[in-house]
Write a protein that binds this ligand. Sequence first.
Ligand code: HEM
Length: 536
Amino acid sequence: MIFMVSQTILNNMELLQGLLSMPSNSTLVCIGISLFVYYYLQDKVNYWAKRGVAYVPASKCLSLFIPQMLQSRTMLEVVSEQYDLLEGHSYGGVYQLTRPTVILRDPAMTKEWLVKGFTSFHDRGPEVEEGQGNLSENLFSLTGDRWHTVRTKLSPAFSSAKLKVMYQTLKGCAEELNAHLQGLCEKRDEAEIDIKDLVGRYAMDAIGACAMGIKCNAIKDPDNCEMKKAVKAIFTINWRFTLMQLCMLIHPKLVKIFGLAGPPKDLTKFLTSVTKQAMDMKAKSGQPRKDFLQIMMSASESETQNGKEHSQNGDQTVKSEDNIFTENVITGVISTFLSAGLDPVAATVTFGLYELAFHPEIQERLFEEIQAARMKSGGEIEYDDIKDMQYLEQVVNETLRLYPAAGFLFRFCREPFQVQDSSVVIEKSVNLLVPQMCIQRDPKYFPEPMKFDPERFSKENVDKILPGSYLPFGEGPRFCIANRFALMNVKTMMMTLVSDYTLHPCAKTKNRMTFDKKTFSLSPEGEVWLKLKKRN
Ligand code: HEM
């Protein structure tokens, strides 16, 4: 023992001697680098203080950032803490590692920044390169003119006429769900069900059919639904996602250098091949179908045709290469539709049903409205009938207030933005976060915020909601393109369950809803068990 201790001292003495005998210029270089790193970091972490903006010190942000990376807390918990620390300010600065980020707290400012300030807060960064084939060429991630063209050409896909047709597809999926539930409740007219799982299966079948006309069979055969496993993985936080986030914060170019853009290769390959197969089948059958993929294929064909005609006429300004719906863009957009149609829709319905189970009086009022709509329409509720269902609308709005599936909105500053009535300029490359969930749960804007109360959205009360304080589908030109489709889907699912069953908490039901740490959208943690009793 004594020998070991004396040996250690001896080794350390040698090390010290080595250091002291280092050539003086190497020591100077070390000191120089240390000082540079110190002053560089000092400069970074004093970013907000130097600009006179209220801020959360970097030391606190760093410790907030790490739990998110380690998945010990949700991103939302991290942002909520920062939101609370900035109480009393309409906006404030935080850091993600050393990258300055603004958190917007004042609802009145959201329009100013996201609508009027669209040239500055145009996209979510970083720039998407063409032809990468990694699903990154999707509407959510595209930037500049390419985003604008794709968005303009896709918008008609969500017109009332198109939604009316899609509603029939959704009704078909709802009928399958009903048949499945009847099977489960056959013996005792009631069953305890993990509603999150069931709703997720319906949502997969619904979005598979509406996005590209494929049958996913998730309700009937969940264990073999490869599509659901693949799509779910898009929203999952894993080491690759964490590394990608880190690289983005240090320098977006690192994402490309390390090949981290887009989902993992096997997932990309699977989704690309499924989309390609669906495209080939459509092209072969020659029968146009009424899904999103068909809409993009038709747009692509007419653009290619347009380009050919123009080049025959000698017009060089429009060429077939200008076709925006390349195979990469089509696959990218379809993947986003699949993932957005699965997780946020399924989460919203699950949250809604969970709340209904704890509020029988709200459930009964909703049932009465559904019954009245059925009577009026002669049995089947059609697309136009849903528009008149005021209470259903209130229930869904209140669900999205308490549980906005996206959690928060974000943008990347492309051009300096002058804050109104102030000398502060938000500089290029600063990130912007609009924490919808924090705002929608702030008692200043929604009294008793944790109470599930659809009356907030009644005709008498809805005007009392402060503009900018309720943004479940975002704000400005980049708001959710599919909001009407999403609402129709959520409502169809809720109606299906409430019209034939009553929902109740059971022994396995959690008393408090907690959120999944492995996904970056707002999703219930673990299973969500409810008892379903068949109505007489
Ligand atoms: C309840 C379900 C849904 C919710 C709560 C939701 C919410 C949102 C939010 C908050 C945004 C960001 C808006 C912004 O940054 O201002 C967004 C964007 C988007 N959503 Fe949804 N969404 C839902 C369902 C869907 C569905 C079903 C689809 C596709 C079929 C979809 C497609 C998109 C796309 C493509 C964008 C990006 C739009 C752009 O940048 O131009 N969403 N959504």
